[in-house]
Write a protein that binds this ligand. Structure first.
Ligand code: FES
Ligand SMILES: [Fe+2]
Length: 405
């Protein structure tokens, strides 16, 4: 167990992360290695923005109930009879029993296993057996409408369920606007995206803090040494950094040739600019979504932080149009999935090695290359702003960061 951190030490380190890139240090080791900061992040980072918790496909039919653990917080996604998704706190309004333990189709309603109070698929309380004594199931002065499941603000985008726990973040439309504007060519074509019945998903559990998965994804700097195969057809000098003022950063490649290399001829986005056939971009949408967009497929990865040093990466592939998910393209799709599986497997030792390195007192957040580490620094700053707000830390040369947010 790491030593308990001192808030004053953390505050000082956060101030150093908020300095300009040339002088900044990265986030302190504690941000990766201290279980106490894992809980802090849920409240002060994840809860205050839009965090992805599941893919829509994980609730395959009406009536489906999916319990989700968001960094220790029990949530419940329900698909009602009309097929709409809502997110609730997964706790019974009576005595606080965890309501749903296993995913599955609810039989018309959800029954609490403790005293059998019953909720419909929109979270309304519908049954309170013996509430007024044996055989008396209703009370005049007990209003079921006041005691339904507590809903969490949610939004579906690109097949993912996002939540804003605080209820106070910007609208989802504002949150996603920068990405929507950058990637109109595909965000305007969501209706054409298809997910294959088989072979379109992948899960990978890595022994690292979720932030290291984001950071590693943001950068192309490690490409020649960690991904020699990928680097052979999409070399480092063809990559560029992407960082906006908003909550996202990443990298782009000017010579995407996976389709060719993997022997693919998959259907392509019809409006993709001809001059950018070989452009592919990889963005981390903070806090926990990694996106990849190519002319013939898109992928999204949700990072599920399991603990301060374990993360589950869950990937979904999307293809363009009905034909792309027919059996005739099965081999092509397998090639795409296999190619990405290899690339992501190559990254495991890097993110796990960085996690191990954060046990060392010889590392205090490290430094950034202004030329190569801009997207990583951008993410550190974004996290540091939330930390600073949660800790009411003054930013260098200004009032408290909380004042500016
Ligand atoms: S705790 Fe759920 S019915 Fe009592
Ligand atoms: Fe990588």
């Amino acid at each position: 167990m790491p030593e308990k951190i001192e808030v004053s030490d953390l505050s000082a380190s956060i101030r150093r992360t908020l300095l300009p890139i040339e002088q900044a240090n990265g986030l302190a080791n504690q941000a990766y290695a201290d279980p106490a900061l894992f809980a802090f992040e849920r409240e002060h980072v994840m809860a205050r923005t839009w965090t992805a918790i599941a893919f829509e496909r994980e609730l395959p039919e009406p009536g489906f109930a999916l319990p989700v653990d968001l960094m220790g917080l029990p949530l419940l996604i329900l698909r009602n009879r009309a097929g709409q998704l809502s997110v609730f706190h997964n706790v019974c309004s009576h005595r606080g029993m965890l309501l749903v333990r296993e995913p599955g189709v609810a039989d018309g309603s959800l029954r609490c296993p403790y005293h059998s109070w019953r909720y419909d698929l929109d979270g309304n309380l519908r049954g309170t057996p013996h509430i007024g004594g044996v055989g008396i199931h209703q009370l005049d002065d007990f209003d079921c409408d006041q005691h339904g499941l507590k809903e969490v603000r949610s939004h579906i985008w690109l097949g993912m369920v996002f939540v804003n726990l605080s209820g106070e973040a910007e609208s989802f439309a504002d949150f996603i606007r920068p990405l929507q504007q950058r990637w109109q060519v595909f965000t305007n074509k969501f209706e054409e995206l298809r997910t294959p019945t088989n072979g379109g998903t992948m899960e990978l559990e890595v022994n690292c803090n979720w932030k290291l998965a984001v950071e590693n994804y943001c950068e192309a700097y490690h490409l020649p040494w960690v991904h020699p195969g990928l680097n052979s057809y999409s070399p480092l000098d063809q990559h560029y950094c992407i960082q906006s003022d908003q909550g996202m950063s990443g990298q782009g490649s000017g010579c995407y040739r996976l389709a060719e290399v993997a022997g693919n001829q998959l259907p392509q986005f019809p409006d993709w600019p001809a001059a950018q056939q070989q452009t592919a971009e990889y963005l981390s949408l903070y806090p926990n979504v990694l996106l990849g967009v190519q002319v013939d497929h898109v992928f999204a990865i949700i990072l599920h932080p399991l603990s301060h040093d374990r993360t589950l990466e869950s990937l979904q592939l999307f293809y363009v149009g009905d034909d792309a998910v027919t059996p005739s393209y099965a081999e092509n799709r397998d090639n795409v999935l296999q190619a990405w599986r290899e690339v992501f497997a190559e990254d495991i030792f890097a993110v796990e090695g960085m996690q191990q390195g954060r046990r060392s007192p010889g590392f205090a957040g490290g430094v950034f290359s202004a030329a190569m580490d801009g997207p990583t620094y951008h993410f550190h700053r974004w996290v540091a702003e939330f930390y600073a707000s949660g800790l009411s830390v003054s930013a260098p040369g200004e009032g408290t960061v909380a004042d500016r947010m």
